[in-house]
Design a protein around this ligand. Structure first.
Ligand code: PGA
Length: 257
């Protein structure tokens, strides 16, 4: 089954609204020719409206870095998924930094994913094990648990809009990535197979799964050649126009037929 490759830049707490707009204008000019690849940037919330206005009609799409499940209310510092309508097509949920620093739980990721889908957004649900879990051989069980918890109660019909990003925590921002084969094996066993069990072959075979964790132009092809990997969620390398453009070009060359 053909799945459209998807490369998303997670800018984390980088780039002011002004810098974000300048960056996406340069990046769009470099990546618009690679129509076979879906690509998006995730700026800070503050830059979402400027970036989304600058990208009207562009090939580059926009992702938010988080969203709240409630439609509104007394939630200081939060943004409702429904408020992102018209500003973003995607929302990253369950990133390990949010899990670690903001006490994000699997149950909240699930509530957020449902709210995002209800708002017409495509959730990019990030999962991944710690170094200790990895060394203890607990990766598949742990990630499988994160995947089933995140998808609890999500209808098969909505699954076409769900993307899962497998990001081993020990590989994020460390320069230490998993190998392509390792990542592919874990994604198969801990993400695609559980989705097959929870739903069916059609849903599992159509679902797009990214690898994330120190993806750079130098190792992108190693991930893109893997059968279970449909793209990348990229932090550090997405902050540089040349690197980001190279990642999209590699995804197009390897996967985008
Ligand atoms: P990195 O970040 O590419 O800098 O490792 C990935 C991520 O956190 O999504």
């Amino acid at each position: 089954m053909h799945r459209q490759p998807i490369v998303v830049g997670n800018w984390k707490m980088h780039k002011s609204p002004r810098e974000a707009i300048d960056f996406v204008k340069q990046l769009e000019a470099r990546v618009c020719e690679f129509a076979s690849v879906e690509k998006a940037v995730a700026p800070t919330s503050l830059a979402l409206s400027g970036v989304s206005a600058a990208l009207q009609g562009a090939s580059l799409l926009v992702a938010a870095q988080n969203a709240h499940w409630a439609g509104g209310g007394a939630f200081t510092g939060q943004i409702a998924a429904s408020m992102l309508r018209g500003l973003a097509q995607f929302v990253i949920l369950g990133h390990s930094e949010v899990r670690a620093h903001l006490a994000e739980t699997d149950a909240n990721v699930n509530r957020k994913a449902k709210a995002a889908l209800a708002a017409g957004l495509q959730p990019i649900i990030a999962v991944g094990e710690s170094l200790a879990q990895n060394e203890a051989g607990a990766t598949v069980d742990f990630v499988r648990g994160q995947v089933s918890a995140a998808l609890d109660g999500i209808a098969a019909a909505d699954m076409a809009r769900v993307v899962i990003a497998y990001e081993p925590i020990w590989a994020i921002g460390t320069g230490k990535s998993a190998t392509g084969e390792q990542a592919d094996r874990i994604i198969g066993a801990a993400v695609r197979e559980p989705v097959r069990d929870l739903y069916n072959d059609r849903v599992a075979d159509a679902m797009r799964i990214q690898y994330g964790g120190s993806v750079k132009p130098g190792n992108m092809a190693e991930f893109m050649v893997q059968p279970n990997i449909d793209g990348a969620l990229v932090g550090g390398a997405s902050l540089d126009v040349d690197d980001f453009a190279a990642l999209v070009e590699i995804a197009a060359r390897v996967k985008g037929s």
